[in-house]
Design a protein around this ligand. Sequence first.
Ligand code: GRF
Length: 196
Amino acid sequence: MGTGVKLGVLASGSGTNLQAIIDAGLPVAVVVTDRPGVAALDRAAGAGIPPAVVDRSQHLPDRVAFTDAIIGALRAHDVDLVAMAGFMTVLAEPMFAAFPDKVINTHPSLLPSFRGAHAVAEALAAGVRVTGCTIHIATVEVDDGPILAQEAVPVLPDDTVETLHERIKTVERRLYPAVLHELIEKEHSAAGAVVL
Ligand code: GRF
């Protein structure tokens, strides 16, 4: 994708959404993780994408210092748009001032139901027959902000948290790159707009 728009991806874990973003050919300029030794870093290395580790254990409980370090890592790569893909540290307000309306998140539930880190377990415990995923603009309120796309996923009778989460992630890996692709195209058109 040769738009000149640069995407930064924030990840903490296995990075299968990151991989889908990479495989979709989106312009990932940097992969930032909040801890060392995670698979997301291997995926970045495999794709020749620069990594940056901002180790939360070195910063927390100072969430603003942690957030400033994340912003620094993204700015160092001239990032225009930020995709959180399984990023498990809450970011402070400066992030959303630095990248207004440019921080995107994917969450494994149909928001506003089941916010937070245990969305899949909570949906299962609640006995809902349908859950899903939500792609939204991230704001300082966790798992809040304008919804860009949602897709429903059925809960099956024998589901465990793992099987249900994997069914949801299969959808996320298709939907998230598609939404990001659209946003990058928009960003590109906006940057190219001529004001007369
Ligand atoms: C996804 O379900 C995402 O919505 C949630 O964490 C999971 C990340 O999975 N926040 P992966 O690391 O991309 O495999």
